[in-house]
Design a protein around this ligand. Structure first.
Ligand code: SF4
Length: 370
């Protein structure tokens, strides 16, 4: 079941039935404010709704503060894109991030003294950040536990039952936050193992109503990490588990956002931009369907005016199955022997040479305002 409790991370609702929010993380040096701002801009343009930025040293706090100040200009809505500070070990950096106006912070409390975690929670509860519509919210905290920093008494169990140990550690901290009367938290129990991640989140979802941040950590390069993330995150989302997600890839974080949206679209949970359906090609294919489909997908994805569109475009390779499939999509191409037929909402509208198909279809989609 989706988490019952809703929190606000800045203006973005997380949990309580809100749409699964897409998150990513910058990989520039935070101290280089201009480079980080440019990357935040690219992430937002790709559909990233929560941007996490590491704050590894106090020297980078001014650049982080500048980022938070300038982030409002990056969003098209009335509230700034929420910037979440990623904090490790040093509780004072968490306080600096809150002071700078971060909408959320991510900590692994297991790496800090409990008194220091208490100070962070106190500061987050007292702070106020814009939550859209003139409202304000406390600074949200993600309790992100991992296998490397479990309490001593759980380490033996982690060898036998890694998922259960992660969940136990997360729930202990959640209980402390509840005692401190701080409810604006979400939980994560990521692992680099897909089976452990699945088991951990299933156990966790059964024992808490707090929003869950889901992901497979250190998933790998763009190719293998995409597969691991699609399997791990996709399986959880299909079961209704997960309120915000991060696809973790060794590569351009914009790819993380693209993959996240593809996972959401594949599950019919959310759509962002046109979807291209294309046939796998076979011995009947008489045109370059791979090239046609890739060009169409690239040009549709690069058209900012279509970012809010939910159209489906089919690219099919022959006269056997092509027309039927193309007819069922919003737009379609059914190709064959160096030419193809365009379909517009089920209607066959035009036969054109192969080289004109993509341009003509895009012109038609744009003219219709998608
Ligand atoms: S649509 Fe035609 S070309 Fe494409 S895989 Fe099916 S039969 Fe082959």
């Amino acid at each position: 079941m989706p988490s019952a409790r809703r929190i606000m991370v800045g203006a973005v609702p997380v949990g309580g039935g809100a749409p699964v929010a897409v998150q990513s993380m910058t990989c520039t040096r935070t101290g280089d404010a201009a480079a980080t701002l440019a990357q935040v801009r690219a992430l937002v343009a790709a559909g990233c709704e929560l941007v996490r930025v590491s704050l590894p040293t106090a020297e980078e706090a001014p650049a982080f503060a500048r980022l938070v100040r300038e982030a409002p200009a990056l969003a098209s809505c009335d509230a700034p894109v929420p910037i979440i500070a990623d904090i490790h070990y040093d509780w004072r950096l968490a306080l600096a991030a809150i002071e700078a106006g971060a909408a959320g912070i991510r900590i692994n409390p297991g790496t800090m003294a409990e008194t220091h975690v208490r100070e962070i929670v106190r500061a987050a509860a007292e702070a106020r950040v814009p939550a859209g519509g003139g409202e304000e919210a406390p600074v949200a905290i993600r309790i992100g536990v991992n296998a490397g920093s479990l309490p001593k008494d759980l380490r033996g169990r982690a060898e036998r039952e890694p998922a259960a140990a992660l969940v136990e550690a997360a729930l202990r901290w959640a209980a402390r936050f509840d005692e401190w009367d701080f409810r604006a938290y979400k939980l994560s129990v990521k692992s680099s193992s897909v089976p452990v991640t699945l088991e951990a989140y299933r156990l966790l979802a059964a024992r808490t109503d707090a929003p869950l941040h889901v992901g497979v950590t250190e998933a790998g390069t763009v190719w293998s990490g995409t597969i691991k993330s699609a399997v791990g995150i996709g399986a959880l989302l299909a079961e209704g588990i997960g309120d915000t997600m991060r696809v973790s890839l060794t590569g351009d974080p914009v790819e993380e956002v693209r993959v996240a949206w593809k996972i959401l679209a594949a599950l019919d949970l959310r759509r962002r931009g046109p979807e291209v359906i294309s046939c796998p090609t076979c011995g009947r294919t008489e045109v370059d369907i791979v090239g046609l489909a890739e060009e169409l997908e690239r040009r549709l994805a690069g058209d900012a005016a279509l970012a809010g569109s939910a159209i489906t475009v089919a690219v099919m390779g022959c006269r056997v199955n092509g027309p039927e499939e193309a007819r069922h999509a919003d737009y379609g191409i059914a190709a064959g022997a160096g030419e193809g037929v365009l379909f517009d909402h089920g209607e066959r509208v035009e036969a054109l040479p192969e080289g004109q198909l993509v341009d003509a279809l895009l012109a038609r989609i744009r003219a219709a305002g998608a």
